[in-house]
Design a protein around this ligand. Structure first.
Ligand code: SF4
Length: 191
């Protein structure tokens, strides 16, 4: 399987934000312009940042920058952290460097559900919770990863594959404020 045939949890996040981003990034191969915050997020980060999360989940181990793959889902991804609790529960954790939020945003919830599918296949376990740390608002949000959320992630993965395989530009209706914050708006004729 070619490298570019694999999808990523970021594709799922982008699809939930706006399906047209998949067309722009995966069919037209145009990439988001990076901001200083995004560059900062790519640098190696200090584990002390997630110390509160490690404490609240009573971690017994923390796995960092974990690369995973699923041939079945055609999916590959690297998660910031997997926190393994003393009850051997695997909790995916991501840091959102550039964002502020009081609760887990929907696109991030589906991204976490996709990481959960990868963890379940790679570690032979069942994921029930995930954590997102919104660094700008210093908010750690723990979300429940239900079976329904995982099913939804699988259905989104199928829809993404359809857009790529058929080179289909999806029709979208997106609220203006979302377009204003979209990193792909320079390429988008809808905007
Ligand atoms: S600018 Fe708006 S319509 Fe275009 S890709 Fe971004 S969110 Fe979607």
């Amino acid at each position: 399987m070619e490298e570019e045939d694999f999808l990523t949890p970021t594709d799922v996040k982008r699809f939930v934000y706006c399906p047209k981003i998949i067309y722009i990034s995966r069919v037209l191969h145009l990439e988001e312009r990076t901001t200083d915050y995004m560059e900062f997020g790519r640098e190696k980060h200090d584990k002390s940042i997630i110390a509160p999360l490690i404490a609240s989940l009573k971690a017994s181990r923390v796995l960092e920058d974990v690369e995973m793959e699923s041939q079945r889902l055609k999916m590959r991804g690297k998660i910031d952290y997997i926190i393994v609790t003393k009850f051997n529960e695997y909790v995916p954790a991501e840091i959102k460097w550039a964002e502020a939020s009081q609760s887990v945003k929907r696109d991030h919830a589906l991204q976490m559900a996709t990481y959960s599918l990868l963890i379940e296949e790679n570690f032979n376990t069942v994921v029930k919770r995930g954590a997102v740390y919104y660094l700008r608002s210093k908010n750690i949000c723990v979300l429940s990863i239900s079976e329904d959320l995982k099913k939804e992630a699988k259905s989104i993965i199928k829809k993404i594959s359809e857009i790529i395989d058929n080179e289909l530009e999806p029709e979208v209706k997106v609220i203006k404020s979302r377009c204003m914050n979209c990193g792909f708006k320079n390429y988008c004729l809808t905007f």
